[in-house]
Write a protein that binds this ligand. Structure first.
Ligand SMILES: *Cc1c(COP(=O)(O)O)cnc(C)c1O
Length: 430
């Protein structure tokens, strides 16, 4: 008899997680068993639109055949070598991904938080060895309400109390400024020769899909350049076509191809680019840090690593996932349908007391609930959306993020708009 039961009910599955798993998440009560494209099915066979996409990891849609095919093929051939040896896959992936995003080199890791840690280490080392900051004095500027992951160093510069409390002592060397505030960035850099870099999300996803002013990213990069500090973009959530361009730093360009992007006037090139989530289409943990030689070459053998980083499966899966983004023109689809989604919901919201606004870019959007952060209204609304066949989750108490897989069609999107409108219209505060 197998230890894994195939016919568990939702209740049984939730009880198991509750009893044997650490309580570090508060999931919406739905137990998923299968996924395909924009849809997922629970263990009872009920079908849902997935409007979270595993926090934007599943941009290419659930179980994309090309990505799963790459995974299965490679899994039957060679899964892991560690970096003690070369592999026939890694160099090819590194060339592909570096050219795809327009950087000299890539440093492969597994999770988003690891990639952020890697970027911080890279930035500090560059600061000591290239900029000449005295050892241990380097400071990195970050933004209020940032989300960059859950490791000890990363939570050290969070201002989410749940993420921080009783996890100290914290890693020093970070300065917080308000998001979307170029003057604050300039002031923080003025008369401080120890600034190594500025780490920022081009749109703050977890904070509630805060889209900065159109020129914030370009101006922030210019301030960094003037002060010889590295501009570090965390595109773990916003990258890989989610916001209607290959990267959120691509601005207006939706070509989905780095070579064309770099020629676009709206493209703001980071010194260090951090990617994760959808770089694997949700099929495997893959993350990456990209930079040019002048920065990346400060890391020498033995100074950073990961047993699984850049393993053969990750390499093959990421190539397939990135090819799908281009071949299926997901950036352009996200841009077009994102505009449609916000237009439809904006019209509707004028008639609603429950929702105050909709914001976002591409298919990274959020609605703002007309209630306090502490209220349960957003959660209750997500429960009703679930009942009506659409899965989403509040980011903060009164904000619901809507981020479907980018393979969604116009008909499917309009279907979802109807579900959302109907759910809001029928909703009674409990
Ligand atoms: C999800 C996320 C991370 C962390 O990624 P993990 O894979 O969960 O460690 C970092 N930065 C941003 C912007 C994210 O959205």
């Amino acid at each position: 008899m197998s230890v894994v039961e195939n016919n568990l009910s939702s209740v049984q599955a939730m009880e198991l997680e509750n009893k044997y798993g650490a309580h570090n998440y508060h999931p919406l009560p739905v137990v998923l068993d299968r996924g395909e494209g924009v849809f997922v099915w629970d263990v009872e066979g009920k079908k849902y639109y997935d409007f979270l996409s595993a926090y934007s990891a599943v941009n290419q849609g659930h179980c994309h055949p090309r990505i799963v095919g790459a995974l299965v093929d490679q899994a039957q051939k060679l899964t892991l070598t560690s970096r003690a040896f070369y592999s026939s896959r890694l160099g090819q992936y590194e060339k592909f991904a570096s050219e795809y995003f327009g950087f000299d080199k890539i440093l492969p890791m597994n999770t988003g938080a690891e990639a952020v840690e890697t970027a911080i280490k890279l930035c500090r080392k560059w600061a000591y060895e290239k900029k000449g900051i005295p050892e241990n004095d380097a400071q990195i500027i970050v933004c209020d309400n940032n989300f960059h992951g859950r490791t000890t160093t990363v939570i050290s510069f969070s201002n989410d109390e749940d993420a921080r409390k009783n996890f100290g002592p914290y890693t020093p060397g970070f300065i917080k400024i308000p998001y979307n505030d170029v003057e604050a960035l300039e002031a923080a850099m003025a008369n401080n020769n120890n600034i190594a870099g500025f780490l920022v999300e081009p749109i703050q996803g977890e904070a509630g899909v805060y889209v900065p002013s159109a020129d914030f990213i370009a101006k922030a990069q210019a301030v960094c350049k003037k002060n010889n500090a590295l501009f570090i973009a965390d595109e773990v959530q916003t990258g890989i076509a989610r916001t209607g361009s290959l990267l959120a730093v691509c601005g207006d360009c939706s070509c989905g191809s780095s070579c064309e992007n770099t020629a676009q006037s709206s493209y703001v090139r980071p010194d260090i680019l951090i990617l994760g989530k959808a770089i694997s289409g949700g099929a495997y943990p893959v993350s990456a840090v990209l930079a040019d030689d002048a920065i990346m070459n400060v890391i020498k053998p033995g100074q950073h690593g990961s047993t699984f980083g850049g393993n053969p499966i990750a390499a093959e899966v990421a190539i397939a996932a990135l090819e799908v983004v281009k071949d299926e023109a997901l950036a352009a689809n996200a841009r077009r349908l994102g505009n449609l989604f916000r237009a439809e919901l904006s019209k509707f919201i004028e008639t609603s007391d429950l929702v105050n606004g909709v914001r976002g870019r591409g298919l990274l959007n959020a609605i703002l609930i007309n209630d306090t952060e502490e209220s349960s209204t957003a959660w209750d609304l997500c429960m009703k959306l679930r009942d009506n066949g659409l899965l989403a989750k509040p980011t903060h108490g009164n904000i619901i993020r809507f981020a479907p897989p980018l393979v969604i069609t116009e008909d499917q999107l309009l279907d979802c708009v109807e579900i959302i409108k109907r759910t809001i219209t029928e909703f009674k505060k409990g």
